[in-house]
Design a protein around this ligand. Structure first.
Ligand SMILES: [Zn+2]
Length: 638
């Protein structure tokens, strides 16, 4: 079978998607875990004596015990320590990411949902003003942010792909140059490349959970995209699975799982060949006309429903066009749901002594959004189908793990801008910011100065990387630098240009776009200059003279790309609608609080308002550590 890369089409001319201690914590409360460690002289750094610390420690312990009364009295706690421990933490943490789901989709389409999306809103905590506080609203960046609770300035996954200055080439966020690492295919597939999380600068929540609870956690993630499955899992995992070349794949760093092999063989994607994606609701239920204006459907599809999954020619065997159609259809979401359910069954997730972690990133909404735009029947319909899949997934979890034993968070990695030609119909200032033309304009502006030609090594999304030495020289050459900035600002669709020096170390600023750019900046990986497009201007990297091969995109610091849903449901969560402004980086710290662990970064914060208070929820256990923590786990008291 011809090798086929699922996102190949989006790679072409579409820079937004990436051109080419094992000591269990909090379970044991004792004076040994008093807040300060005394110094050698019996004085802490804060000047309190050791005995004062002992008093403080006892007071803290007493206050803790008194403020968390066990439901059935002290005797019950002493005799059923194990029983009282089990409900204290979720048995399973479930992370769901919908790739390219705008926050307003929930408001618009909620009335048509009957399954899992509806249940998340009705039984969960719905954060209605959640938005990314940074500029690089792309897939790898968003997933790493949700997974780590950190912003890209901290976790370092600044784009799906960036310019490697040392090797003078584009690298993807998950590409691993270690020659001992390689990707592995399921069901006989032989994917190329080597993908891991080695470029992610901080551990994921799931990794921290596994490490801090003594290894009892199983980490399992699924997506069509490597950059989603890998960032959600972290550097090590029990299974991280993605789709490549028409088959499921993983990396030697994670290893294979028999249940994935079984599912890959019994339910291959090609079994969906010949199916047809038809409208799920009556015609009158759809918000938009049958033909999305400015859409660029996959090969073999028309602008209107129904969409057959029969490849380019409509007959014969599954071809590249078929896999592209499949990835752009509800059938891929259903396949991911099937894998997640299989993982729950095969590994007994949520049934072991520790807290397990299951994550699914549903990629198809992103493909559909790029092709048909947010104002399309396709987007509305694929969400109706995803709602059904999620309903099935939750029913499966209720049955296998038990309602109330698991906690779910659903969010998105980014939103999307309307197709520019569609937006122009409103009379608004909208358009296409053509990056190759911008590059030409800047090269021309530098032509009268003595700089290498070309002076720009690469423009990738909003990041401009100069050829070696050029950026350093421009720092001293104010006339040439001004010529570059003037040329960029004169280009249609450019609102502002930021220099790297303005973004380093996250400077204090009142400008939301400047702050967003700074939150995205990571030294060594980010560009030398940054283009801020005007609102509703799509940054497009299609080579000169070629037609755009997609409808629209994302990747800028405007609300249509930044505003996403955040929904939490289940163990420890207080249902309701919440309007305070939050970010998806708050999901991991909230999971961490529910599981009693600590994350490295403080970019995100705990969504305390949506947590059940101890009186209404479950008291944390005071006595026992997780049974599964290995006996050899050292409990040191330096
Ligand atoms: Zn995308």
């Amino acid at each position: 079978m011809a090798r086929w890369k699922i996102s190949a089409r989006h790679f072409v001319g579409h820079l937004q998607e990436g051109t080419t201690s094992a000591v269990p914590e909090s379970a044991v409360i004792s004076a040994a875990s008093a807040p300060e460690v005394p110094s050698k002289l019996g004085q802490s750094a804060h000047g309190k004596s050791f005995s004062e610390h002992a008093i403080v420690a006892v007071a803290v312990l007493l206050a803790f015990v008194l403020s968390y009364p066990p439901p059935a009295g002290a005797q019950a706690v002493a005799s059923t320590a194990k029983a009282s421990r089990s409900p204290a933490r979720p048995k399973l943490v479930v992370l769901l990411v919908v790739d390219q789901m705008r926050g307003d989709y929930v408001d618009k389409f909620l009335g048509q949902w009957t399954g899992g999306l509806k249940r998340l809103v009705e039984e969960g905590a719905w954060f209605r003003d959640a938005a990314y506080p940074y500029a690089a609203t792309n897939t790898c960046v968003g997933h790493a942010t949700i997974s780590t609770g950190a912003f890209p300035a901290t976790h370092g996954m600044v784009a799906n792909a960036w310019w490697d200055r040392k090797d003078q080439k584009m690298v993807t966020c998950t590409s691993d140059p270690d020659p001992s690492v390689k990707n592995i295919g399921y069901a006989g597939a032989t994917p190329k490349g080597a993908d891991t999380a080695w470029r992610m600068a901080v551990p994921s929540f799931a990794e921290e959970l596994k490490f801090q609870t003594g290894g009892a956690t199983r980490i399992v993630t699924f997506s069509l995209k490597a950059r989603a499955a890998i960032t959600m899992a972290g550097h090590k995992a029990d299974a991280a699975t993605w789709f490549d070349g028409g088959a499921w794949a993983t990396s030697s760093v994670y290893g294979t799982m028999p249940f994935v092999e079984e599912q890959a063989k019994s339910h291959p994607a090609k079994a969906d060949f010949g199916k047809t994606w038809s409208l799920s609701l009556p015609e009158s239920a759809y918000w938009y006309g049958e033909k999305a204006f400015g859409a660029v459907p996959p090969d073999g599809w028309d602008f209107t429903f129904p969409h057959p999954l029969r490849g380019k020619s409509g007959v014969g065997e599954p071809d590249n066009a078929f896999y592209e159609q499949w990835a752009s259809s509800p059938y891929a979401d259903t396949a991911l749901t099937g894998l997640a359910e299989k993982a729950v069954d095969a590994l007994n997730l949520g049934k072991a002594a520790g807290t397990d972690f299951l994550a699914v990133s549903y990629s198809s909404v992103d493909y559909v959004g790029h092709e048909f735009g947010p104002r399309s029947r396709e987007i509305q319909d694929i969400l109706v189908r995803l709602d059904k899949d999620l309903g099935n997934l939750f029913a499966h979890l209720d049955q296998k793990v038990g309602r109330g034993n698991y906690v779910v968070a659903l969010s998105a990695d980014h939103g999307v801008v309307p197709i520019p030609e569609d937006m122009q119909k409103t009379g608004a200032d909208a358009g296409v910011l053509h990056l190759p033309e911008l590059q030409e304009r800047i090269e021309k502006a530098l032509a009268s100065f003595n700089y290498p030609k070309p002076a720009i090594a690469r423009i990738s999304g909003s990041d401009i990387y100069f050829a070696p030495g050029v950026h350093d020289r421009l720092q001293e050459d104010h006339t040439a630098l001004q010529a570059v900035l003037d040329a960029a600002l004169a280009h249609p669709g450019v609102a502002a240009v930021y220099r790297a020096e303005e973004l380093r170390d996250r400077p204090a600023t009142q400008s939301p776009t400047h702050r967003a750019m700074a939150n995205s900046y990571y030294l060594g990986r980010s560009g030398d200059l940054f283009i801020l497009p005007k609102p509703y201007w799509l940054m497009d990297g299609t080579p000169l003279g070629k037609p755009r091969t997609y409808g629209t995109g994302h990747g800028v610091p405007y609300n249509y790309d930044q505003h996403v849903p955040v929904l939490l449901m289940g163990s420890g969560i207080q249902p309701g609608q919440y309007f305070q402004p939050i970010t998806p980086a708050d999901i991991a710290p909230t999971f961490a609080a529910l599981c009693g662990i600590t994350l490295a970064s403080r970019d995100g914060h705990v969504l305390a308002e949506a947590l059940k208070k101890p009186a209404e929820g479950h008291a944390p256990s005071l006595l026992a550590r997780p049974k599964s923590a290995p006996a050899s786990a050292p409990i040191t008291n330096p």
